[in-house]
Structure formats: C-alpha cells, structure tokens
Unconditional design. Structure first.
Length: 288
C-alpha cells in the first residue's frame, strides 16, 4: 500500500499524516465527481423515453421510435422537436401546451388524421416551421391552427376539398414550394344551381387536382357551400311553415268537432219552458 514511499525511515506520525492526506484527496475527488454529476443532472432536464436530446441545440429527437402518441415529459426549453416517421394518429389538446420556445415541429410521415381543437394554439409566436406532411388528414379547420404564422407543410394528405380546406389554405402560411402537393382526394361539386356532397364512393369532379390550381382557375368551394346552405334553409323554412299550417288546420277542425258535440248535447236536454207548461196542465186537470 505504501510502495510509493521512499525507503528511508519515517516516523509513525509522518506516515499517518501522509495516509490521511491521501485518503482526503481520494474522498475529495470522488465528492467532486459526484457533485459534478449532480450539477449536470440539475442543469439538463431528463430526456423523454425513446428519445435522444441534444442540449447544446435544445433539440429533442424522437424520430423512428415506434411512438403511437406524443411522448410526455418534453422539456419546456425545447427549440426543435422531431417526431417524424412514427405511428401517431392524433394530436391531443395539451400535447404542446408547455413548449413556448418551440421553433421547429416535425410531425411528417405519421398517421395523423385529427387535431384536437386548440392542439396547435399553445405553440408560441417563436414557431417557424410546422411539418404535417405525409399524414392522413382530410379536414382541418383554420381555427385549429390558431394565430400561428409558422411556415406550414400540408402536402401528401388525403384532403377533402371544400370550403373548410379553402379557408385553411387562405389563412395558413404555407411553404411556397410545397403548395402544389395539397391535392384533392375528394371534393364537393356543383349540381345545377346548387351543390351537394358527393355520393359515397365518388371522389368528385376535382379529385386528383392540386387545390391551389383549382382556386387560381376560379373554383370557389365556399360559394358552393353557401348555395347549399341557402337551399337547406329554404327547405327547412318550407317544412316548418307547412307543419304550422297543418297544426292550425287540425286545431280548428278539432274545435269545430267539439263545438258540434256540445251543441248536440245541449239540444238533447229537455226544455225548461216545456216542462213548466206540462206541469201547469196537469195541475189544472187535478183541480177539475
């Protein structure tokens, strides 16, 4: 143990001091290592399961992790979040509620078919890129995106082209080089002066065409929807008015029938004057 000491003689007190100092050095170094590790854990938050974190760039990498939902425990300091190439189907409302510093959100190549109302409203004004390409989105309203001004990728989704989608693309800040990838898988179409939804199994007259090119050519899905709404309102008002008339006619006839029954009942009652005359005649006969 003391092979490092010189061969000349030492007193026992000197040897004890050397041993104590050596022990203190070993203990001190181990204490410093433990303290450094603890301070490192304190400085860097825990990374979510199935993810890798690069704290120097505040990036959380959860790509190709086999995830079926947004992982919990994503640190609020995250600037870039990668969730592409997983099996995520929906985005719950509170999924990104604490990520106020997020700048880049990658959700491409998943199976997302719905966004909870307000799921994207929690994203802060620092968001620069929102990638929802290569998913299963058919209908998303502009209200679900809130006021975000981030560059948005929506291409390669099975979109149903209608007024809702038209309002969305006219509001959201789409990435210019990807807008032609927003293609109608199905759509509404005009029928005479009105419009209707396509029959099940029918993809519509605009299926397979880029939405932006349709809008540039003058197609307006919102005008079709307004015509449909007007026709529906007219039909509803006509039905309501017809039902009111039927009820009034039924009510009048019921009252008339009740009045006739009451009149017949009154006619069936004996007349008070006739009864009085017969009584007087009977009294006169008895007197004679």
């Amino acid at each position: 143990m003391l092979g490092f000491l010189p061969s000349f003689p030492f007193s026992s007190q000197i040897i004890d001091k050397i041993i104590c100092r050596h022990a203190l050095c070993v203990f001190g170094s181990r204490f410093l290592m433990t303290a450094c590790a603890a301070s490192e854990d304190y400085m860097y938050p825990q990374c979510p399961d199935s993810c890798h974190c690069a704290w120097d760039t505040a990036t959380v990498l959860c790509s190709d992790a086999g995830l079926r939902e947004i992982p919990e425990g994503i640190p609020p300091e995250t600037v870039s979040l990668h969730l592409e190439r997983n099996y995520i189907r929906n985005i719950p409302e509170s999924a990104f509620s604490n990520l106020v510093h997020l700048q880049d959100l990658y959700l491409s190549h998943n199976r997302i078919d719905s966004l909870a109302s307000g799921a994207l409203r929690h994203l802060g004004p620092e968001l620069r890129l929102l990638d929802l390409s290569y998913n299963q989105l058919r209908q998303v309203s502009r209200e679900e995106f809130g006021s975000t001004q981030a560059k948005t990728r929506l291409y390669h989704n099975p979109w149903h082209c209608d007024c809702t989608l038209q309002e969305l693309v006219e509001t959201v800040n789409l990435e210019p080089e990807t807008v032609n990838g927003i293609v109608c898988e199905s759509s509404v179409r005009a029928v005479g002066e009105g419009s209707r939804w396509e029959d099940p199994g029918s993809m519509g007259e605009h299926a397979g065409q880029p939405l932006v090119k349709l809008l540039d050519s003058g197609v307006n899905f919102c005008s079709l929807q307004r015509k449909t709404t007007d026709v529906a309102m007219l039909v509803t008002m006509f039905v309501w008015f017809f039902m009111v008339i039927v009820y009034v006619v039924y009510y009048v006839r019921q009252n008339q029938a009740e009045a006739r029954r009451h009149l017949e009942y009154l006619k069936s009652l004996p007349s008070p004057r006739k009864t009085l005359t017969e009584t007087d005649t009977l009294s006169t006969v008895v007197c004679f």
